[in-house]
Design a protein around this ligand. Structure first.
Ligand code: PGA
Length: 252
């Protein structure tokens, strides 16, 4: 059985001092929750303080991006071995990276393969824009991004990948997908594609999350669907009163 998974994507919020304060509110509520893998993804400069504060707990730390090369003359970039000292996870291909920073499917794929090679768990984000959704091409977009992102990832490695379905129109808008709609994409498109590509057993081993305006009041609806293994949470991960109940709702 797949273990539930909830990751908080802090985006470009929280200085190191603010991160310590948020941790002091989150930790007492989070440490006692069993049956869910909990991951906090602060900005790079807050990774070290967060990693040292969660040490000794089962809470994991992730980054929000990385370069695919192990080192090199790439001013402003962060390499996988630098993350691997403090993190076990890395969010890759988030729609804000694709939309604002020109990340292509090809570069996302380089990052996914590099993360796996460096022992990091990639959280591969896929999702359609509002225009694409209204044009009825959700399946084309989601499968193209999944297939391209996982190109060259073999059946043995696939269980180490986490996929997050995040419709772009639901991110930060307060307008979440319906649980039924999210399940149609997650079970009917992504997991079905994984099964046809990697076989049933491998497809059943991959955690697939929903992301986009998840909050304490709607999280439980998504987790009722057995194929929705958890959530990637943005705005609500910055508030202990929101994030703790979301994690509790995901516990299996
Ligand atoms: P949101 O963001 O929860 O604020 O909609 C989700 C995400 O971008 O991962």
């Amino acid at each position: 059985m797949r273990r539930s998974f909830v990751a908080g994507n802090w985006k470009m919020y929280k200085t190191a001092a603010e991160a310590r304060l948020l941790l002091s509110e989150l930790l007492p509520g989070l440490v006692s929750i069993k049956g869910v893998e909990i991951v906090l993804c602060p900005p790079f400069t807050s990774i070290l303080p967060v990693a040292s504060l969660v040490e000794g707990t089962e809470i994991g730390v992730g980054a929000q991006n990385m370069h695919w090369e192990a080192s090199g003359a790439f001013t402003g970039e962060v390499a996988p071995p630098m993350l691997a000292e403090f993190c076990k996870y890395v969010i890759l291909g988030h729609s804000e990276r694709r939309g604002y920073f020109g990340e292509t499917d090809e570069n996302v794929n380089r990052k996914v393969k590099s993360a796996l090679a460096h022992g990091l768990v990639p959280i591969l984000c896929v999702g359609e824009t509002l225009t694409e959704n209204e044009a009825g091409v959700t399946r084309d977009v989601v499968i193209r991004q999944t297939q391209a992102g996982l190109s060259g990832v073999d059946t043995r490695a696939i269980a180490s990948v986490v996929i997050a379905y995040e419709p772009v129109w639901a991110i930060g808008t307060g307008r979440a997908a319906t649980a039924e709609g999210a399940n149609a994409v997650i079970a009917g498109m992504i997991r079905a594609w994984l099964a046809s590509t990697y076989g049933d057993e491998a497809a059943q081993s991959v955690r697939i999350l929903y992301g986009g305006s998840v909050k304490a009041s709607n999280a439980g609806e998504f987790f009722q669907y057995p194929d929705i293994d958890g959530a990637l949470v943005g705005g609500a991960s910055l508030k202990a009163t929101e994030f703790i109940p979301i994690v509790k709702a995901a516990a299996r």
